[in-house]
Design a protein around this ligand. Structure first.
Ligand code: 2P0
Length: 336
């Protein structure tokens, strides 16, 4: 593996015309996604190149709508859920840094209007859908004519998990091995699973003390358990892909839950320790394990936060709605 560090601008520049032409207004949508096999750890922090491949399920119509248009005020305008954001806020700076990769020195002031329809109760990150929608919109606005793998690679540079949000359904992000990362791209699996349900359980909406980016860096640096993570993740990825292909729900649930808990084990063994769980998170886990021992096929996954995402099929929906009355249910492929 070649570990030479290459800048984002160097990579992107090769795919751009010298001078951009711009449309008047474009809009784009990208779905949010939940990883069943997690991305945890980078081999290159500049390009967000991962140390393991990952696999996710996209959340259908839930995600980010982004509109790009010309700004007549002479400066950029950044809107989030209809509210104008200060240009020096961390949200605006991330967007402006990303746009600068494409705009370079051309004087093209823009209005970037992002609207997330991810349920507020869900406790889901919006950077994946946000950067994917922004990349798809930029491609259209500047008529770059980039293909899907390239859009995925560029969205990854905004946020790793955004590489997966360029697609819908089940999506695998191959870690790749090139130093420019152009083979570290996602693709959609040819699988449709009607009745597949994701239940969002919010135990807290308090902002996490350590974001995923810093959490990954700390884990790699200080956790001895991290050494076993890439092999674990690659075995889980194979099991999950096979389970999706065979529509074997219990295999999928087991591998996804084990994968999430293995990731959390690496975090907990970091120093200072990274424990994203709250007492309520653990209480929900125990409830799920009890339901499973009572014969209900329900599993969970968790990201870098205290909330749980339940995995089940529509046959278990009724009983789980009773057990978890506040749960929001998403069916990415619709019902049976
Ligand atoms: C995932 N997470 O696969 C994993 C599981 C969190 C835990 O992708 O630094 O916001 O922007 O590449 O994509 C969250 O990490 O991190 C994430 P960056 P990102 O969904």
């Amino acid at each position: 593996m070649n570990l030479k560090v290459i800048s984002k601008a160097t990579v992107v520049n090769q795919y751009l015309p010298k001078k951009l032409t711009a449309k008047t207004t474009v809009t784009a949508f990208a779905p949010s996604n939940i990883a069943l096999c997690k991305y945890w750890g980078k081999r290159d922090v500049e390009l967000n190149l991962p140390l393991n491949s990952s696999l996710s399920i996209s959340l259908g119509h839930l995600g980010s709508h982004t509109r790009i248009s010309h700004s007549d005020s002479g400066g950029d305008v950044i809107l989030l859920n209809t509210k104008e954001q200060a240009l020096d806020s961390s949200f605006s700076r991330k967007i402006l840094d990303f746009i600068a990769l494409f705009r370079r020195t051309q004087p093209l002031p823009l209005i970037i209007d992002t609207r997330n329809n991810i349920p507020t109760a869900a406790g889901l990150a919006s950077s994946a859908s946000g950067f994917a929608a922004l990349m798809i919109a930029l491609n259209d606005f500047f008529d770059l004519q980039l293909d899907k793998p390239t859009l995925s690679a560029f969205a990854r540079m905004g946020s790793g998990s955004a590489s997966r949000s360029v697609f819908s359904g089940f999506v695998r992000w191959d870690m790749g091995e090139q130093s420019d990362g152009m083979d570290s791209v996602a693709s959609q699996l040819d699988s449709h699973w009607p009745g597949f349900c994701i239940g969002l359980i919010k135990v807290s909406s308090v902002q996490k003390p350590v974001d995923s980016r810093s959490g990954m860096a700390r884990t790699i640096k200080t956790s001895n358990l991290y050494a076993s993570w890439p092999a674990q993740a690659s075995a889980d990825l194979l099991s999950i892909e096979a389970a999706i292909k065979n529509k074997n729900f219990s295999d999928l649930g087991q591998s996804a839950e084990k994968n999430a808990l293995s990731m959390h084990a690496t975090m907990m063994s970091a120093w200072p320790p990274l424990v994203y769980w709250l007492p309520e998170s653990l209480a929900v886990m125990h409830k799920i394990w009890q339901l499973r021992s009572d014969g209900i096929a329900v599993y969970f996954t968790m990201d870098a936060g205290p909330n749980l995402k339940l995995l089940f099929e529509s046959s278990a929906k009724k009983i789980l709605e009773i057990e978890f009355p506040d749960m929001e249910i998403i069916q990415p492929f619709g019902n049976e």
